[in-house]
Design a protein around this ligand. Structure first.
Ligand SMILES: Nc1ncnc2c1ncn2[C@@H]1O[C@H](COP(=O)(O)OP(=O)(O)O)[C@@H](O)[C@H]1O
Ligand SMILES: [Mg+2]
Length: 92
């Protein structure tokens, strides 16, 4: 069931590869229970965006929000730490 609760969001995600702009200020909202399709031509930036969210690719600028809170995700390790934090919160 789709709810109004935004669990994951991005604001102003921008990424350049040298002089090539792969992502220009991307804002996205993922609601709980929602299935989103990411559609675009080859080279539109789909893979770059999807890899930036888990920290596999470094963004140049922009913000990522998890359950409304800004999180610092620069590497996959940052995501691992966030998952652990969440797990510990539920466990206690
Ligand atoms: N590692 C890379 N080095 C240089 N340019 C890249 C690299 N990865 C992607 N690009 C460029 O960034 C743009 C977006 O690519 P990409 O995210 O792969 O798009 P999509 O997945 O939508 O096909 C394209 O212009 C692509 O050529
Ligand atoms: Mg791709």
């Amino acid at each position: 069931m789709i709810t109004d609760e935004i669990i994951l969001g991005t604001k102003g995600i921008t990424k350049y590869y040298g002089g090539i702009c792969a992502l220009d200020n991307v804002d996205l909202e993922f609601r709980k229970g929602e299935v989103l399709g990411l559609v675009g031509d080859t080279g539109a930036g789909k893979s770059t965006l999807i890899k930036i969210i888990p920290g596999s690719i470094n963004k140049d600028s922009g913000e990522i929000f998890l359950e409304g809170k800004k999180v610092e995700i620069d590497t996959p390790k940052d995501v691992k730490n966030l998952v652990w934090k969440q797990y510990i919160k539920i466990w206690h």
